[in-house]
Design a protein. Sequence first.
Length: 356
Amino acid sequence: MCPPHAEVVAMPVDLRSDTVTRPTAAMRDAMARAEVGDDVYQEDPTIKALEMRIAGLLGKEAALFVPSGTMGNQLAIKVHTRPGDEVIVGALSHPVLYECGAAAALSGVSLAETRGAFFSAEDVRARVQPNAYYMPRTRLVAFENTHNRGGGRVWPLGLLDEAVREARSHNLATHLDGARLWNAVAATGTTAERFAQGMDSVTVCLSKGLGAPVGSVLAGTKSLIQAARRLRKMWGGGMRQAGILAAAGLYALDHELPRLHEDHARARTFAKAVAGMPGYEIDVETVETNIVNVRWTHKADVRLALEMLRDARVLVSSLGPGQMRVVFHRDVDDAGLGRAIESFETIGKLLGMVSS
Ligand code: TLP
């Protein structure tokens, strides 16, 4: 009970990321009931069930449960390359920005960014290094779907197929960072297997829109997964009775996957409402899933807007000068959406008065 004078403070509407969700009571219940074993001995039945299920969903032979999307991506890079090699990645992709330079540190490879988040066969062709002894060897092309910094947009299937085909024609390996592949599936109706077609390896996350507390899965051929299992242990990611975590993933595939479209609908409602307000610019037609990139157009520093939003108990993340990212997920309901829209409006108006 609150003391009589205590102020009732509203729970924050946390739109910084879809990673902030807390497991629901039903998910915790599924975790508590999970059958477990020692996964380093490959004796955890729940992990095995999750790995088989995800391998099946992605049309791959085998899969490996890993603690994070970062580990999934980095294991893939390590397995596909040798030190000194180069990896073609879309502009502003996750391994470029948010994986602590791990590709260089752990695999000794350089990342060659294309001009855009999405790239064509021609872009791949232009990025493949010529075969000269003094050039890095291009070995891998990595795709990100949906693209995080690209505002959660989905790879157009035709473009994706073309780029994959081009990669194959140069004997390059292909990796899909599908941290939010489930959102791409929910937005388009295209299956995960179809998006993963032609990919030698795929990472998917359970801890983003699906709301699990921990976990990602890397999928590929049996031999790729065997090599990744060894590396996972080497990097300290071998887990024991982690079936308790895998159970959250299995639960999420059954109960959270079918509701992702609700997050997308809220993201669109938010984008449409805020796009017309003073201080903000949003390309509404590019809001395809649960992420909204917002440009801040007032002269006042965007950090001031972020601080005022925080004071109003609405949390969003900064994407650097003049840009914010707003992410919808299972813990933001219609009331939270309403509070976010209102706070954006108030702060846009207020800072408009002081900036003009
Ligand atoms: N993205 C996080 C941050 O790291 C930026 C977020 O809040 O969006 N690939 C993609 C496309 C991702 O967006 C993320 C996480 C990862 C990989 C890494 O997953 P984790 O956090 O499990 O290592």
